[in-house]
Design a protein around this ligand. Structure first.
Ligand code: ATP
Ligand code: MG
Length: 180
């Protein structure tokens, strides 16, 4: 098996995915390449190029996570001019999301990964290579019930096959349920 480019992410199910796709369609930021609906996701931790031997360690970290499901409200869009990315994001990051990212990073140290130094900024990329975009508030917001997280791979840039692939899913605990 060859190395793979991997990342942990939240992947919306069909209804929420369609809301993101509609938002992307409605907020076209001038030029840019819109993400396919099936590619829309929120990265939790980017791992980069991973050889097969470390894959097992990574999956073990995810197996050990005990975290609650949570509700995410996507409230606004924005634009980062340097990577030229137009995105949608929550106004505030829910505590369980921060905790999930923290726990993944903490566990991944044991697999030899250095945690990201920059603070975590949850976002769903809607457009790449955008030129400009004025931030748009979303009065109703997109309500995203987060019930699982996934390990995904990203294909070689320029390949005609699906860009991202969900490799494995891990359920988050039901809200209100005792965990142990
Ligand atoms: P490309 O790099 O080919 O333009 P991409 O950024 O979507 O496309 P990847 O670089 O494989 O593809 O990234 C996969 C996911 O991880 C994306 O959501 C991307 O935003 C995120 N990501 C990539 N690099 C980093 C990084 N250094 N830190 C945090 N997240 C990252
Ligand atoms: Mg990239």
């Amino acid at each position: 098996m060859a190395d793979q480019r991997l990342f942990f992410a939240l992947w919306p199910e069909a209804q929420v995915r369609d809301e993101f796709a509609a938002l992307a369609h409605a907020s076209a930021p001038g030029e840019g390449r819109r993400h396919r609906a099936d590619d829309l996701h929120m990265t939790l931790v980017f791992l980069g190029q991973v050889d097969p031997s470390r894959r097992q360690c990574i999956e073990g970290v995810a197996d050990a996570i005990r975290a609650p499901s949570f509700e995410l409200t996507i409230d606004h869009t924005g634009f980062w001019s340097r990577p030229r990315i137009f995105w949608a994001a929550p106004d505030t990051t829910p505590e369980p999301l921060k905790q999930l990212v923290h726990d993944l990073n903490h566990g991944l140290r044991g697999c030899g990964f250095e945690p990201e130094q920059r603070s975590y900024k949850p976002h769903v990329t809607l457009y790449r290579k955008a030129r400009h975009a004025k931030p748009t508030p979303l009065p109703a917001g997109i309500q995203w019930p987060v019930r699982e997280f996934v390990l995904a791979s990203s294909a070689n840039p320029g390949s005609s096959s699906t860009r991202y692939q969900v490799l494995r899913r891990w359920a988050l605990d039901d809200a209100g349920e005792e965990t142990g």
